[in-house]
Design a protein around this ligand. Structure first.
Ligand SMILES: Nc1ncnc2c1ncn2[C@@H]1O[C@H](COP(=O)(O)OP(=O)(O)OP(=O)(O)O)[C@@H](O)[C@H]1O
Ligand SMILES: [Mg+2]
Length: 316
């Protein structure tokens, strides 16, 4: 099937001159219609920046974002507006206005996009609340009257209100209790199947990624190191960085009290990246040649679905 989203050499840079950080560095990947792509990697690897760049919420330095045949990188704000409806984001914290009732919040979203009026709008709001596992009468409640999980359901309802085709979910579970996380994961799976949604799912939780995603991309210091179907990535990781991440589960996250890691050495400063392969300073398999060129993301073994950016990948 033709990809819904195709990124080509996408770069996002923060800061100027000597203080430049390549948060996203020459990223190329695609996501097929109806697919869920997981995006994992240590804190600071550029996952959120990539998600935000795709939705044109932050500026691009260079590259193409082809969404359903249109290059978003070429569009100005006005031209982007009709596409905004098709692409939504779900965040760790849904940031609900404390003074706005749930129903008002959804009505406002529908209003902005000129969707439904009068009775049809009220019906749509009830439908959205029920679709995310809330009740129609929850429309009259204020955010403080909802639990953490219910707030996240509302955040999801807000994203769904405009009938998007593509959703970036940026660590939507991180703020929730483990028991609630499972409910939200199952909600996402149901929505994905029923609404034929395409998802970019950013997470530190490898178990959830393995459960939810069709393919997984591994990011490190702005670059995609490996991308593969989920089962392949978890059983036959080819990149030394992926292997270290899987051995170190959960992924080192500063928000965790005691990260366990098989990744030795310090994360290099994003202001002063190693030459060649950015992982070579922490890589157990690094050779002199790894300093000389950035390894291209290339297909390995059978099929064209498994790609790795390493000169010495582990190929079974
Ligand atoms: N607004 C910004 N201004 C300057 N630098 C930024 C900004 N946002 C991100 N960065 C830098 O870009 C790099 C990538 O950050 P990003 O937040 O995308 O990583 P991440 O993978 O989402 O991390 P986390 O897992 O902690 O959410 C980091 O070096 C970060 O410090
Ligand atoms: Mg992030």
């Amino acid at each position: 099937m033709k990809p819904l989203l195709q990124l080509d050499n996408l770069s996002v840079v923060f800061g100027q001159d000597k203080h430049q950080v390549y948060a996203v560095n020459q990223v190329s990947l695609h996501i097929k219609q109806g697919e869920t792509l997981g995006l994992v990697g240590e804190s600071g690897s550029g996952k959120s920046s990539l998600g935000r760049a795709i939705l044109r919420l932050i500026d691009l330095r260079s590259g193409r974002i082809e969404f359903n045949g249109t290059d978003l990188a070429e569009l100005n704000a006005r031209q982007m507006r009709p596409l905004r409806r098709q692409m939504q984001m779900i965040f760790q914290d849904p940031s609900l206005n404390p003074r706005q009732r749930a129903g008002q919040m959804l009505a406002e979203v529908l209003n902005v996009h000129g969707l439904h009026t009068g009775v049809a709008r009220a019906k749509r709001i009830a439908e959205l609340l029920i679709r995310v596992g809330l009740r129609a009468d929850h429309a009259s409640r204020f955010p403080h009257e909802f639990s953490g999980g219910q707030k996240q359901r509302l955040g999801i309802a807000r994203a769904l209100a405009v009938e998007p085709r593509f959703i970036v979910a940026d660590e939507p579970l991180s703020a929730l209790d483990v028991s609630i996380q499972a409910q939200i994961v199952n909600l996402l799976i149901g929505l994905k199947n029923d609404l034929d949604l395409t998802l970019l799912f950013i997470s530190h939780d490898l178990d959830v990624v393995e459960y939810l995603c069709d393919r997984v991309a591994v990011m490190y210091l702005g670059r995609i190191m490996e991308i593969a179907p989920t089962a392949t990535l978890f059983t036959n990781p080819a990149h030394p960085y992926t292997q270290a991440l899987l051995a170190a589960a959960p992924i080192p996250d500063p928000k965790q009290i005691a990260p366990q890691s098989k990744l030795y050495g310090e994360l290099p400063s994003p202001l002063n990246l190693p030459s060649g392969c950015v992982f070579r300073t922490r890589c157990p398999r690094a050779q002199a040649s790894c300093a000389l060129q950035v390894p291209p993301l290339q297909n390995v073994s059978h099929g064209d679905q498994h790609s790795v950016a390493c000169l010495f990948p582990n190929i079974p």
